[in-house]
Design a protein around this ligand. Structure first.
Ligand SMILES: [Zn+2]
Length: 475
């Protein structure tokens, strides 16, 4: 049963249909997703398995990981031409990998390789046509085609429902704030949402949120009264920030807000928890299904060792806010046999406190935060990397949103959405001063300011606090 997702015909039909018909289409699409993910005898099997692994000890998980790593390496060498070539070029055989330490003999799989050789990474036991394929734009904006079989999708959702959906039921009413293209970009009247009845899910457009439209979103949210919310932290934060700024009341707190696909900055979390009177749970994953981490009751992210082997490779850098070491994430995934990723450099960095312990006794490495390598640093004229822009941005006054754009070394542009109290004469020098504290003087970094009504989102609807157009060689 192949499920191919969105097609161009479907997209055309959707774009040319009235709202009711769009809701019906969204519901049909939603129903197909549900069938694909859950209506299989594999789903309950994996769900039970992940319920069980949640109680495994570190040792037992480690043992399981080794089994999986060995299997995937042997399998890839046998069935994926690209890996055979890669192993042969490095003069290694799967039998050379006898322990976790030996893994370093296997060269990394770079993002650029995946982008260029995506099809060659498909196992010869599968036909490309039978796989679920989806393009991802990634943080750098370079498109990349991802493949997975149905079992990978099933396992991907089974572990989430077994371990990462605190107190929630799969059939609970929910809302989704991700980058779906639901509406005409020019639309300026409600509804700014569509309904997926099959999934009891309200889909909100993240591309239409501004001070004029947000009251409609909030009114509709209150009426819909979801049990939980899911989406990009920047999008749900935008709603939360409006609720707080306008001193509105949100009378129907959801049980949970689960955020994913972007870094959940501390002030995002604070605003969401305050406005919606509930707890925010952070989830880290990628379209590639390379690795997974979820926030536990202790408030920290934990890797999910039964999903993937996440190697934390020291970068030699320190996080300037916490002083903790920064590691690069290298993932070997266990869930997607059709398109295996071995020692894949996902392009994300993790900050780890060596003394952090989980108060709940949960297994898996405790992670302070994870963020993307690109789009996280500014680079001064002398080559110094400057991170933690959010700390500077937070100190600025009367600003709704800000994006820092860097197109060349030693020069940045602050793109600002001012709020109604912003006074250019007073607040602009103050804003620049906040950035100067960290960026240094004019010789290190020139600063320009630009005012806009809205920060443009990426094609997939994400909000980037830093847009870096500087080449990879500097990162
Ligand atoms: Zn914990």
């Amino acid at each position: 049963m192949a499920y191919k997702g969105e097609t161009s015909i479907r997209r055309w039909l959707y774009n040319h249909s009235p709202v009711l018909f769009q809701n019906i289409m969204a519901s049909i699409y939603g129903y197909q997703k549900i069938r694909f993910r859950y209506h299989s005898k594999e789903y309950p099997k994996w769900y039970e398995f992940y319920k069980e692994t949640a109680n495994w000890s570190d040792d037992k998980l480690r043992e399981y990981q080794w089994q999986e790593v060995e299997e995937i390496i042997n399998y890839a060498y046998e069935h994926v031409p690209y890996y055979r070539k890669k192993f042969d070029n490095a003069h290694i055989k799967p039998s050379d990998i006898k322990s976790f330490d030996d893994l370093s003999k296997i060269p990394y799989l770079e993002k650029e390789e995946v982008r260029l050789h995506s099809e060659e990474l498909i196992s010869d036991e599968y036909r490309k046509e039978d796989l679920f394929s989806h393009p991802t734009s990634g943080s750098t904006g370079t498109p990349m085609m991802l493949y997975n079989d149905r079992l990978a999708t099933i396992r991907n959702y089974a572990i989430r429902w077994a371990q990462c959906r605190p107190g929630l039921n799969r059939k609970d009413k929910n809302v989704n704030f991700t980058g779906l293209e639901l509406l005409d970009p020019a639309q300026n009247k409600p509804p700014f949402w569509r309904m997926n009845w099959a999934g009891r899910q309200r889909l909100y457009s993240v591309f239409h949120m501004n001070d004029e439209t947000l009251p409609f979103y909030i009114d509709d949210l209150i009426k819909f009264n979801p049990v939980w919310m899911y989406g990009y932290p920047s999008a749900i934060y935008t709603v939360a920030e409006f609720i707080l700024r306008k001193r509105l009341d949100y009378p129907v707190p959801p049980k949970a807000i689960i955020v994913s696909s972007e870094q959940c900055l501390p002030h995002y979390r604070q605003a969401m928890e305050q406005a919606f009177k509930t707890k925010v749970w952070d989830e880290y994953g990628q379209g590639e299904m390379a690795g997974l981490a979820f926030e536990c009751k202790c408030g920290k992210l934990h890797e999910k060792p039964e999903y993937a082997l996440m190697e934390f490779v020291p970068t030699g850098e320190k996080d300037d806010e916490t002083g903790f070491d920064v590691y690069e994430l290298v993932c070997t995934s266990f869930v997607n046999k059709a398109w295996p990723l071995i020692r894949y450099r996902v392009g994300d960095l993790a900050v780890i406190n060596p003394d952090a312990k989980c108060s709940e006794g949960l297994a898996g490495k405790v992670i302070e935060t994870i963020y993307g390598r690109t789009g996280h640093f500014l680079i001064a004229a002398d080559g110094t990397k400057i991170s933690n822009i959010s700390v500077m941005a937070k100190k600025c006054r009367n600003i709704q949103l800000m994006q820092v754009v860097q197109e060349e070394l030693g020069r940045v542009k602050l793109v600002i959405v001012p709020d109604e109290n912003y006074d250019k004469q007073r607040d602009e020098p103050f804003t620049i001063e906040q950035f100067r504290k960290k960026l240094g003087d004019e010789s290190r970094m020139k600063i320009e300011v630009e005012y806009v009504d809205q920060i443009p989102l990426t094609k997939s609807g994400k909000y980037l606090s830093i847009v870096s157009k500087i080449g990879k060689e500097h990162l």
